[in-house]
Ligand binder design. Structure first.
Ligand SMILES: O=C(O)CCC(=O)C(=O)O
Ligand SMILES: [Fe+2]
Length: 522
């Protein structure tokens, strides 16, 4: 699939370019043909009208007689030739060839891209109408969507049984339909989906109204007729329930309603479930207390490496316990370019390890593409790996290769641990290098909106900054996993997010961690 990495979407623009070119050549040819037909038509009608006024006189003129014969012989043959569909055939052939020579997204891509948009809407609380206008958090990014585009988003949600978003997008489609001069979808199509999803969301009365409207537009609509009977029955049974004092309108609570109920009950941020904290952090809504903030330092660090006296690292603390530090300006632009360049052709959908089986598999909670780079592949990679050692005071001898990741729009990685937990069937065992003791995460691009790395239980959000690296230990000194390090990559709202990770392992660090960056008990 292509939607999972922005880098892979570039090929689609090339495809679209070729299609536009070929379509315009075809349209031009068809227009030329139509213009010629119009000329013949005008010619024929003019003469024909003249003739009809006085057939005898008209035909007694030798020029007219000749014209008539000519119209019905060579001219008509010309017209027949014009209708020859070789142009159409050629175009059809080209179009079907495109599927073999050009890169096309699949239905899975369309669904993935639609789901990504819904994820962004939910995580960042984006207003449907604003998104449809091309506005994201107040920034005008695109020209906006047609009624047909909104309808398709609704249809994708419908296929995923996500009736909450179906209602939102079909409502938007209806609004746009009403304003559109050149209709891009029919009202009946919209109403059909909207009515049923509205019913599924618990509002049978509105569903019935919409179905009635649909039946006035399309009286023989089979499904609408069937649904109407069903809705009426539903209302009749609910009428009985209502008498017992229940509200017949809200038998099914929608996602959004459920959320507001939860929010009202909780109030205090410390009581919020992880999901809620994660999303709030992604939106930048969670602020740390000033007291906590004041303890965080930013300084230049030399460790005890003589090289670093000449070029110390600029280190910022993002959390004290467990310690999370940011190293600023540790990757140069040329190094980043090399890494991206080597990784790009090898990007593959990122996998996760099945907790039980240990198998690697794709999952909707991790959507990105990644590739692994070895030190030997380029001097820049080797330099970067040596730098990780300089930054951390640890050895990379037992580390995993450099993982390079590119996220597409809406790409994310939901809360997870980088280390393997006890009882987990994991691939690290076969490496014989122990667990992932620490993570170094390099940001290789700025991300205009979204894409933060967040630690829900620490209330910490790290915003990608090109050239910066984040570092933390996943394990306590005794080798136990530190559950506070649970973290996530927020969905990318706009821009292309590139990161790379160097995961360091336990073996070989026995003498090094003590004199590493981290001198407290963590
Ligand atoms: O991309 C990010 O911000 C975090 C990625 C991450 O946590 C991982 O790849 O394990
Ligand atoms: Fe991670």
């Amino acid at each position: 699939e292509v939607y999972t990495a922005l880098a892979d979407m570039e090929g689609l623009l090339e495809t679209e370019g070729v299609l536009i070119e070929s379509l315009s050549t075809f349209i031009k040819a068809q227009e030329d043909m139509l213009n010629q037909l119009r000329r013949y038509h005008a010619d024929f009608s003019r003469e024909h009208d003249k003739a009809s006024q006085d057939v005898q006189t008209y035909l007694s003129n030798p020029i007219n007689a000749y014209t008539l014969v000519k119209h019905l012989t060579t001219d008509w043959k010309d017209i027949e030739n014009l209708l020859d569909d070789s142009k159409m055939k050629e175009f059809q052939l080209n179009v079907s060839n495109y599927h073999t020579v050009l890169k096309f997204p699949t239905d899975e891509d369309l669904n993935g891209a639609a789901v990504a948009l819904m994820r962004l809407q939910d995580t960042y609380k984006l207003d449907t109408s604003a998104v449809a206008k091309g506005l994201i958090n107040g920034v005008q990014y695109s020209t906006g969507l047609t009624a047909g585009d909104c309808f398709e988003l609704g249809r994708q949600s419908y296929n995923n049984k996500d009736f909450y978003h179906t209602v939102q997008w079909m409502t938007e489609a209806l609004q746009r339909y009403n304003e559109e001069t050149n209709k891009t979808i029919t009202k009946a199509d919209i109403l059909e989906y909207l009515a049923f999803s509205t019913y599924m969301e618990g509002n049978v009365h509105s569903a019935l109204e919409m179905t009635d409207e649909l039946l006035t537009l399309s009286p023989n609509h089979n499904r609408a007729m069937g649904n109407k009977v069903y809705y009426l029955q539903d209302i009749a049974t609910k009428g009985l329930v209502k008498k017992k004092g229940e509200d017949g309108n809200s038998d099914i609570i929608s996602n959004s309603q459920q959320l507001t109920v939860v929010e009202k009950k909780l109030g205090d941020i410390d009581e919020l479930p992880e999901r809620e904290l994660y999303e709030r952090l992604c939106r930048g809504e969670v602020k740390r207390s000033l007291a906590k903030e004041a303890k965080l330092k930013c300084r230049y660090v030399h460790n005890d490496n003589p090289f670093l006296f000449l070029a110390p690292f600029k280190v910022e603390e993002a959390s004290l316990s467990p310690k999370i530090v940011l190293f600023h300006n540790v990757l140069s632009d040329p190094e980043i370019e090399t890494i991206k360049h080597l990784a790009q052709p090898r990007l593959k959908r990122a996998t996760v390890q099945n907790y039980k089986t240990g198998e690697l598999e794709v999952a909707s909670y991790r959507i990105s593409k990644s590739a692994w780079l070895r030190e030997e592949e380029h001097p820049h990679i080797a330099t970067v790996v040596r730098r990780v050692e300089d930054m951390t005071g640890l050895t990379c001898d037992t580390a995993e290769e450099l993982q390079v990741v590119n996220y597409g729009i809406g790409g994310h990685y939901e809360p997870h641990f980088d280390f393997a937990r006890r009882g987990e069937t994991n691939a690290f065992k076969s490496l014989g290098t122990g667990n992932r003791i620490a993570t170094t995460l390099f940001y290789m691009s700025d991300v205009p909106q979204g894409g933060a790395t967040v630690f829900p239980h620490l209330r910490v959000a790290l915003y990608p900054k090109k050239g910066t690296a984040a570092f933390w230990y996943n394990l306590y000194r005794n080798g136990e996993g530190d559950y506070r390090t649970r973290h996530a990559a927020c969905p990318v709202l706009t821009g292309s997010k590139w990161v790379s990770n160097k995961w360091l392992h336990e073996r070989g660090q026995e003498l090094l961690r003590k004199c590493g960056l981290d001198s407290n008990e963590d």
